[in-house]
Design a protein around this ligand. Sequence first.
Ligand SMILES: C[S@@+](CC[C@H](N)C(=O)[O-])C[C@H]1O[C@@H](n2cnc3c(N)ncnc32)[C@H](O)[C@@H]1O
Length: 239
Amino acid sequence: MDLSERWEAQAAAWIAWARAPGHDSYWRFHRDQFLRIVPPPGRRTVDIGCGEARLTRHLQALGHTVVGIDASRSLVAAARAADPAMDIRLANAAALPLDDASVDLAIAFMSLQDVDDMPGAVREAGRVLEPGGRFCVAIVHPINSAGRFETQAPDAPFVIKGDYLRGFDYADTIERDGLSMTFHSRHRPLESFFFALEEAGLMVEALREPQVPDQAINMDLSRRWQRLPLFLHLRAHRP
Ligand SMILES: C[S@@+](CC[C@H](N)C(=O)[O-])C[C@H]1O[C@@H](n2cnc3c(N)ncnc32)[C@H](O)[C@@H]1O
């Protein structure tokens, strides 16, 4: 199975996880941290790897004219059911069903680490962006996916047993508050994302390693996660 098939197999679990009020880090801090690097609404926004479209709906509520794209048939169906008026398309991020230079903002929120052809997805974001457009990305931070804390203690050593520089697929199963979700992703070193942006002609203009806020500690995250970044945010510019 490739990663998109694994996400389709997890669709029901993801819908329950992503929509449970206050459950995911998205609701408690991550969405709002990410939105700090997102430009205001412009001509048209594409949300690449939108899933069941929680962020797509929020972007629309903020005034974006938005199209959501996802490769999972079940997640696209859930997104359409949640708001039948929204433009949600079943497609591969590496083959966007959009014209060249047809958007001024592309978003990939927590999807590029889950896409098989990540360089193809970044190339497509570059193709559909008009000159002057922005590409805003949130990913699992490559240092996070490279290793593990040895224990749950606040000062637990973080250990990389394998190679940081070698890409590999991994699955993380998290069980919390009666919900279980298996995240299927690919670890890639930071350079591979930056190389893809470089090849797509996109220039990074902002980079953030957001810290988990105090109020999120002890809900599902312990203080050890204030020492290392869970996520990486960046904004790139198409000249
Ligand atoms: C962690 S989820 C994020 C969903 C959404 N952005 C959110 O935060 O709610 C990753 C998403 O990437 C999608 N995905 C994986 N491979 C893809 C591909 N090749 N093309 C488009 N979407 C893909 C999955 O179906 C899944 O919806």
